[in-house]
Design a binder for this molecule. Structure first.
Ligand code: SF4
Ligand code: SF4
Length: 446
């Protein structure tokens, strides 16, 4: 099959890939630093509840904060050391958030002493959920949705297939690519673990064709396992979004307001699968992750295994970045990532990449009137009408925004990327979604 005839979803965009500087670089370990900032909220859902106080010493891998309810997960110490503070600290979201500050013990060997979970096949689904929740594992693709929640299938529903997302469709990022190349056994074992616990008959790994070495490697490993299929996909953004991935592999649409679960499927990131398999082997909770550090202002680009909580400036210094010269730092990919103002903010569970630029990626240029070119409609993978929605947001027509399915927008920025008039479409979509949430909250108060 040529690249052009490989499966893909409808609509989407083709930003330049820019992965060449790190795609072939093996993952290196980031050395330990002096201080760590460990936020209580590094995941979707409620922040974790502290279990330790300032002044206490902690060991690497120790649970620092426990989950607060089901849509929440645990937070662990990335290093052995002393808790200096629990107070408001810079967070990659741009806000100040409650976080532990840990002074690393420079004499510690930084080994991890944790309880290894029992054989996962001897655990009930409820016990598995409990162990995974206590591991602090979240989706490592960037969304940071707690992984244990995906093991909870409502009564009356069933899962037929588990799909691993190895698309890594954002430009620049190569951390998932490296995990597939360096930990293919963990990826496959994590997938099989999910399939067994969910009772799924089939497994799929969707990978974009610009990662041919990972496709070949996994196909080779799985050559005698017909119930798991590696699917090579055309390169297109945002193919790594759950709904787009299912459209690409199965040509099935997840209806508005529904989840992959409604198609009897569950989607997880390849890095999450690898981390899950590793956790049931050695009991080490989520205290580090692979981060791609790259961009034109990075003299020594790297794929790094970084302890969570490491301040951004430490990671940049390790990659020989001149902090005086940089103009823009983005966490995540350039399409959905967030620009950072404060480099004291830490690496958290959802941080897949740090992109560094000497010139801002997008220079602020004036917005022009909409010329009704329809490029944003052709780009939108959710088949929305961003031009029309933007006009409604400006008029604050919240009822109409809901009727035109604004809440289906997952802020992929494809519309902004193609707009010749520089209309900040994705920002307007975010604003519109906020307006809808506020209107609903007001309704509930009445
Ligand atoms: S940001 Fe929203 S409206 Fe724009 S292309 Fe993506 S899903 Fe569509
Ligand atoms: S891409 Fe921009 S100019 Fe073209 S229709 Fe959409 S909003 Fe208007």
């Amino acid at each position: 099959m040529t690249h052009a005839t490989l499966p893909t979803f409808r609509h989407g965009v083709h930003p330049p890939e820019r992965k060449a500087s790190t795609a072939a670089l093996s993952v290196e370990r980031m050395p330990f630093v002096e201080r760590y900032i460990v936020p209580l909220s590094q995941h979707i859902g409620k922040a974790a509840v502290p279990l330790v106080k300032p002044g206490e010493t902690v060991v690497r891998g120790q649970m620092l904060a426990k989950p607060d309810g089901f849509i929440s997960t645990a937070v662990h110490a990335p290093v052995s050391g002393k808790i200096l503070n629990l107070d408001l600290q810079p967070h990659p979201s741009g806000q100040l958030m409650q976080a532990f500050t840990i002074q690393a013990d420079s004499f510690s060997a930084q080994t991890v002493d944790t309880q290894v979970p029992p054989d996962v096949d001897s655990l009930s689904i409820q016990e598995t959920i409990q162990w995974v929740q206590n591991s602090g594992l979240v989706g490592l693709g960037g969304a940071a949705f707690p992984t244990h929640v995906k093991f909870s299938v409502p009564q009356g529903k069933r899962i037929q297939a588990v799909i691993l997302n190895g698309c890594e469709c954002e430009p620049y990022l190569t951390c998932d690519h490296r995990v597939m190349l360096e930990q293919p056994g963990n990826v496959v074992r994590g997938l099989r673990l999910m399939m067994r616990k969910l009772g799924a008959q089939k497994g799929y790994i969707g990978i974009e064709s610009n990662k041919a070495d990972a496709i070949d490697l996994l196909k080779n490993i799985l050559s005698d396992q017909p119930d798991v299929e590696v699917v090579a996909l055309n390169v297109k953004y945002p193919q790594g979004a759950e709904k787009m991935l299912l459209d690409a592999i199965f040509q099935k649409e997840v209806p508005s307001g529904k989840l992959p679960l409604d198609l009897e499927m569950v989607v997880n990131n390849v890095g999450t699968a690898a981390a899950l398999a590793q956790y049931f082997d050695d009991g080490v909770p989520l205290i580090e992750r692979v981060v791609t550090v790259t961009g034109p202002a990075v003299p020594e680009p790297k794929n790094l295994m970084v302890p969570l909580g490491t301040p951004l400036f430490e990671v940049l210094k390790h990659c020989a970045v001149d902090l005086e010269r940089i103009r823009q730092v983005i966490l995540g990919g350039p399409m959905m990532g967030f620009a950072q103002k404060n480099l004291q903010a830490p690496i958290i569970k959802g941080t897949s990449g740090i992109l560094v630029f000497e010139q801002p990626l997008a220079e602020p240029i004036g917005e022009l009137p909409c010329i009704r070119c329809s490029r944003c409609l052709d780009a939108c993978p959710m088949f929305l009408n961003p031009s029309r929605l933007a006009a409604m947001v400006r008029r604050e027509w919240t009822d109409e925004l809901q009727q035109y399915h604004l809440m289906d927008c997952f802020e992929c920025a494809s519309c902004s990327y193609v707009c010749p008039s520089n209309i900040p479409l994705v920002h307007l979509m975010r604003l519109g979604k906020l307006m809808i949430r506020q209107a609903k909250a007001k309704e509930q108060v009445k």
